[in-house]
Design a protein around this ligand. Sequence first.
Ligand SMILES: [Zn+2]
Length: 452
Amino acid sequence: MEKECPVEIGVVFEGERVRRDDMYVELGGIKVPNKAELVRCKSVDEVEDGKVIIKGLDIKDMEEGSQHPFGILVEVAGEQVEPDLEAVIERRIHDFSNYVEGFMHVNQRYDIWCRLSKKSYQKGLDSFRYLGEALTRLFKAELPIIEKMQVTFMTDEADVKPFMEEAKKIYEARDARARALSDDDVEEFYGCVLCQSFAPTHVCVITPDRISLCGAINWFDGRAAARVDPKGPNFRVEKGELLDKENFEYSGINEVVKEKSLGENERFWLHTMFGYPHTSCGCFEAIAFFIPEVEGIGIAHRNYQGETVIGVPFVTLATQTGGGKQLDGFLGIAIEYMRSPKFFQTDGGWDRIVWMPQSIKEQVKDAIPENLYDKIATEEITTSINELKQFLQDNDHPVVKLWTAKKEEPGEVMEAEELEVIPVGAGGGLGGVRIILKNARIHADKMIIRRK
Ligand SMILES: [Zn+2]
């Protein structure tokens, strides 16, 4: 008989991080170009239940402290298992593999980053077989519609590279399907609280025009998940009444946000980074940050390792942005959201975007209005705000008009019926206050308060 899993498995290990000094091996992650995870639905006779296939080095053959390309292919079958569920099952690899003591899984799709702790290796977790068996058991218990499941782990570049290429085509097909639909075409949205183990007040609202901020779950995926597991982390959100057309505020979203954030947040504005923006867990693919000096929005993505134009790298922005807080001017987003026709529509959309790393600019080139492409700065042009200001002026970027508009209205009076001052980000991240002026017409971006 084969050996039982040598480490414990349970939800208690979900929030556990494996630090560099404690890690035995690293799989995927920022230093490794090839990594991906994918779920495929198969017919019942194509899947051998419980089988774990290992292509390339197994854990026991890896050197301590080493990094490896990493692919996880999960094949599932069952009478009710349909391709619509692939993305949702795929997203659950994240929480289920984190249930394994000493195993850490971060991110999704082509961005996965995993670590195994020395402690768990010493306890005997020296093969992917244990991980595959644990995943199969957890998936079948949580989603009984899965009748058969097999898992393939890949650690050889020669296998992972083509696997990743193939997976990217499948992710693109999923995203393309959702692009054909708009928020106005549907009666309901979907919610995701999968990340509440890390960010207890975070709620992701998934609409046709807004994919989850991790980039892994679109509206169709949310719908499929809520159908098979309505009490699970993905659920239906009634649109309710459109309370505010400009800010895309829906009564149904507000109700769900209030309930699922345990009263921490009460309102969401769907397509803006100001006022009542979405919260951010920690899995965002990119962060949008407001740059008050130029009235514009900068974007940096997870794989960008340099300094952003506001003088800090992505990791610093990430600690400010994550954790389920509602923050004016900082928002975690999916890269796919940049392709949405409602991308920051309340704030002016692409006309407000002033800076982003070159690699992401190339990746979303098809979504950037042609007349704007050369007006958006990158790290190759500058990482200084003063130079950015000059660049925007020289290139007649649309935000420049906002500067002039301001100059022409000196001493603008803002009237409000009520003034509300709320401390935000206490105890870490961005310290400061958020000021809300009730029943007043002002631009929220005038209210940004940044820590010196
Ligand atoms: Zn998340």
